[in-house]
Write a protein that binds this ligand. Structure first.
Ligand SMILES: [Zn+2]
Ligand SMILES: [Zn+2]
Length: 532
């Protein structure tokens, strides 16, 4: 069984990852290879989430009987262990608690087989009697569906759909503002206070920054359970959303799509993983926009009717650094006609003609900026050449500075593993944790000014760095985790004052991060669970 199959069929990750935005694929992949390790919870934002996991592993009495008949012995079902799930998705009966805590730090990886004497016969949810059964069944079935979604599916980008449905029902003003009080009271009416309470998802009437606000803004990771609550309110299901999403994506088939930048070394290779679909305002036809890492962006009106349509460009929206470099090279080449140059660059003659007219030659560009540009470039170059012992080469390079064309594409690819290695080193520093910042990375690889000034020309490196650098908040959370781990390893008790002291948190930061600190403490003390 491959790691991805194990993640897919035996962990709770698919449930939590379903609503992760764009970098989801990356996230799931690195989780599979184990690079993320303990960072999984922090990345998901679960540490700071107020949705709590159930305290004990749970079972369905009817599943046990069925499993015994079918397999000879019962087993723990993943779908029974999710927050907000109180009934069996299959038998619709109330689940029962076992005596096994959801997460017990000291034997987290120990396998506990399910035996009948581990069951408490206590109802998992005494207060569920005030919650309508149809709501409980919905949550159980939809949580189960989430858990069993194939991970390579498109992530569920359902915020636009939520907003469209809400605005149809008058909960969003034409300006895009949420009629919050109205929406909140309707939500309470439909779902009931008890259900929201049971799901740790009550909504403060007087706040303008509740989970519901955040969810509809679409910037933060919001716990899957809360997405399910909103879907329940809107009478949607995972299936209906997936269907809707497929329809939207249908006009251009499925990705990845080819890069159509003729001068790129990956021309016509499928390098573009996602496509943004909008509607043409004149014709109502779908328009797909395709954006490659090399900076080349093109769009095309759909729907595609055959495979050949996949390599058709409607309009080039951005040429990107790779193309622009080739363009700069060719424009001064007097041996080629305009038609030949256009052919080389993969654009129409008129496009090229207009482009040459609108943009002064790059030499002129340098001159108009004067001395400053030279200084910057000399700095960058000398930094790059500092390892080179050939003095002649150095001075020649210095003189020829304006003639040299740096192969950014190549450099981007070469720097990527070096940066990645530096990030790993920073994160695994023993002793006092070091924050992952651009300058820390730059200093370590001896290319600080390159990273500070020319990162836009290195799209792959930029994406990596954007993903890896830590905000102060993220860094504080990591410090707390590191401090707790250390206390735990030294067999000291993980208590608040020690944690705050060892993580080096200022008083105001400690107050702000109280939620996180408490989760970490209870995690190490095995009271409340976290999923790894
Ligand atoms: Zn069952
Ligand atoms: Zn490309």
């Amino acid at each position: 069984m491959s790691p991805s199959e194990i993640i897919q069929s035996h962990t709770l990750l698919p449930y939590f990852a379903a609503f992760l935005p764009e970098d989801r694929t990356h996230f799931v992949k690195s989780a599979m290879t184990g690079e993320l390790g303990r960072a999984v919870n922090a990345r998901l934002g679960l540490l700071a989430s107020t949705v709590k996991n159930p305290p004990f592993l749970r079972v369905c009495p009817q599943c046990i009987i069925e499993d015994e008949i079918t397999y000879g012995l019962p087993y723990w079902h993943r779908s029974h262990q999710l927050p907000g799930v109180l009934v069996c998705y299959k038998h619709e009966c109330i689940l029962e608690d076992s005596v096994i805590p959801y997460t017990l730090r000291r034997n987290r990886h120990e396998y506990v087989s399910l035996k009948r004497d581990l069951i408490r016969k206590k109802m998992a949810a005494p207060h569920s009697c005030n919650v309508q059964k149809k709501h409980l069944i919905f949550l159980a079935k939809q949580s189960h569906a989430l858990l069993n979604m194939p991970y390579d599916d498109e992530y569920l980008n359902n915020i636009p759909m939520y907003r469209a449905k809400l605005s149809k029902r008058g909960f969003i003003t034409p300006n895009g503002n949420i009629r919050f009080q109205n929406l909140r009271s309707n939500l309470y009416q439909t779902l009931g206070k008890d259900l929201l309470h049971m799901c740790h998802s009550e909504i403060n009437k007087h706040s303008e920054d509740t989970w519901l606000h955040k969810l509809l803004r679409g910037h933060d990771y919001i716990h899957s359970l809360r997405h399910l609550l909103v879907m329940q309110f809107l009478a949607e299901t995972i299936d209906s959303i997936c269907e809707m999403q497929k329809e939207t994506y249908h006009p251009f088939g499925t990705g990845p799509w080819p890069c159509l930048n003729k001068v790129a070394d990956h021309f016509k290779e499928n390098t573009i993983p996602s496509c943004i679909v909008t509607r043409c305002s004149d014709t109502g036809r779908p328009v797909g926009t395709f954006k490659c890492n090399c900076g080349f962006v093109y769009s095309r009106r759909g729907p595609d009717t055959s495979e050949c349509d996949r390599v058709k460009i409607g309009r080039i929206k951005q040429f990107g650094i790779v193309w622009e470099q080739k363009f700069d090279e060719l424009r001064v080449n007097s041996n080629l006609s305009l038609r030949q140059k256009a052919e080389c660059l993969g654009v129409h003659r008129s496009t090229l003609y207009l482009k040459m007219k609108e943009q002064p030659r790059s030499m002129d560009k340098y001159e108009s900026f004067g001395e400053n540009v030279r200084t910057i470039d000399l700095d960058l170059l000398s930094e790059d050449l500092s390892n080179q012992t050939n003095a002649t080469c150095y001075s020649t390079a210095k003189e020829d500075i304006l003639q040299i064309r740096v192969d950014w594409e190549k450099r981007d690819r070469e720097l990527l593993p070096i940066i990645s290695q530096a990030v790993r080193e920073i994160r695994s520093t023993s002793g006092k944790p070091i924050r992952v910042t651009i300058s820390e990375i730059g200093r370590r690889i001896g290319k600080l000014s390159l990273l500070e000034k020319k990162l836009v020309a290195l799209p792959r490196c930029k994406a990596l760095i954007d993903r890896e650098v830590e905000t102060i908040h993220q860094f504080q959370i990591r410090r707390i985790e590191v401090a707790a781990q250390k206390l735990f390893e030294e067999e000291q008790s993980v208590v608040k004052w020690k944690l705050i002291r060892n993580a080096g948190l200022r008083k105001d930061a400690a107050v702000q991060l109280d939620n996180v600190i408490n989760s970490v403490i209870s995690y190490y003390n095995g009271v409340e669970g976290r999923t790894d």
